[in-house]
Design a binder for this molecule. Structure first.
Ligand SMILES: Cc1cc2nc3c(=O)[nH]c(=O)nc-3n(C[C@H](O)[C@H](O)[C@H](O)COP(=O)(O)OP(=O)(O)OC[C@H]3O[C@@H](n4cnc5c(N)ncnc54)[C@H](O)[C@@H]3O)c2cc1C
Length: 387
């Protein structure tokens, strides 16, 4: 029997036909095309590029956008796709949420008509890959301090600076780069092959090994002035993009947790010690009970968040709470699953340790756990503790 997913509170009964079909399509894709190859890809730190056109064909890239070749699904369906992709691997969801939430969404929201027509259909089909360059070597949690410069020179801007820890960095055909100009922070579309633009991989990662993570370096890189996103002014648009990606993470983390929970539950029923299945021991049952409880709470959070987002009412605090909670939840579930699996739990023949390692990075990117704590703290008290 294929993956069914825990659903103690019968959330599936709230899905309409279309949402069920989209989830089924994503589920089959993960079972048939992601899971069979992911262990090998993780081991050799390779992003499975053969999946990119498939993600496009299935309509999973920028799926919640309307027009320009995007699938135009509702926010709940989009979340269900992200959940399934991360059940496969956090790197696959990361690829899709960067492409959709951090590249397509800002072009769609802040771009010119020419920029939308040039990039969105190709990005939706997976014929082009995008990345989002905000983080710099000296500015991670505090992106407002970014130092990359874009100086106007006639019909061009000249970019100088370094972006690091960028998902899809070496695969990208187009990088959305946030840089400081005389008029404040602006977003620029920089195309692969532009003189002065180099893309390099970060090696030796132990987390998100399957993801393409790297550095973007700009040295007197001249780009046409029309490559600037006309409607994005200041840091706020960049932070708005992060909310899109954090929404995907909140859903995706549930998928990673479900993969670990299902695996641990099956193992606990099969593995015999002291003459009995280990699932019959109270200490194992306590772990499983805790896992299911936290997964169920996280599922309820993202379901409600999807409704709010669909109504255009999901605010950054609600999204922060869900990202913070669900990633920490998934880490706890992955760790408990790994323990239940005993020695087998440390091999890639099972999924738990891969998810556990991946979630270390998921906890850090798109706002670390601590930064989301501060966002909540500020919302609760009205007092900022960032500085
Ligand atoms: C695999 C991966 C992929 C990524 N992809 C992208 C991408 O596509 N695009 C992009 O722009 N960036 C990306 N990032 C960067 C990511 O967003 C940053 O790593 C993150 O914002 C944290 O920045 P930092 O690593 O510099 O840590 P720092 O900001 O140096 O933080 C170090 C520690 O200090 C804590 N800290 C910082 N400030 C405070 C404070 N005020 N109070 C309390 N604690 C604090 C942090 O929580 C953390 O624990 C990626 C990162 C990873 C690991």
């Amino acid at each position: 029997m294929g993956f069914r997913g825990a659903d103690l509170y019968e959330l599936d009964s709230l899905l309409n036909e279309e949402q069920r079909l989209i989830r089924k399509t994503a589920r089959e894709f993960v079972d048939e095309e992601v899971l069979p190859i992911i262990k090998g890809a993780f081991e050799v730190r390779r992003f499975p590029t053969e999946l990119i056109p498939r993600l496009g064909e299935l309509g999973f890239l920028g799926a919640n956008l309307e027009g320009y070749g995007a699938a135009g699904v509702d926010e709940l369906s989009y979340g269900l796709v992200m959940e399934e992709l991360e059940r496969g691997d956090s790197a696959i969801r990361s690829f899709a949420s960067v492409q959709g939430g951090l590249v397509m969404w800002p072009i769609y929201t802040f771009g010119s008509e020419e920029q939308k027509e040039r990039w969105l259909p190709r990005l939706a089909r997976g014929e082009a890959v995008g990345c989002f360059g905000l983080t710099e070597p000296e500015f991670g949690s505090n992106p407002g301090g970014l130092q990359t410069r874009a100086d106007r020179d006639g019909d061009y801007y000249v970019l100088n600076g370094v972006k690091t820890w960028i998902t899809n960095a070496t695969l990208a055909d187009v990088a959305l780069v946030w840089a400081r100009t005389d008029e404040g922070i602006r977003g620029f579309l920089v195309e692969r092959g532009t003189p002065g633009f180099t893309q390099a991989k970060i090696e030796h990662k132990m987390s998100l090994r399957t993801s393409d993570t790297g550095e973007l370096v700009f040295t007197d890189c001249r780009i046409p002035a029309e490559n600037m996103l006309p409607q994005a002014q200041g840091l706020k648009p960049a932070l708005m993009c992060l909310n899109q990606a954090r929404y995907s993470i909140a859903w995706g983390a549930v998928g990673a947790a479900l993969a670990c929970y299902e695996e641990a539950r099956a193992y606990a029923l099969e593995r015999v010690q002291f003459g009995r299945p280990i699932g019959s021991f109270q200490l194992i049952q306590e772990k499983l009970a805790e896992m299911l409880t936290e997964i169920t709470k996280a599922q309820l959070l993202v379901f409600r968040l999807a409704q709010l987002k669909e109504e255009g009412r999901a605010d950054h605090v609600q999204i922060s709470l869900a990202k913070r909670n669900n990633v920490a939840m998934a880490q706890m579930v992955a760790r408990s699953a790994r323990e239940i699996l005993g020695a087998n739990g440390i091999t890639l023949d099972y999924q738990a340790v891969r998810h556990l390692m991946n979630l270390e990075a998921v906890k850090t990117y798109e706002g670390t756990h601590e930064i989301h704590t501060l966002i909540l703290g500020e919302a609760i008290t009205g007092l900022s503790a960032f500085k």
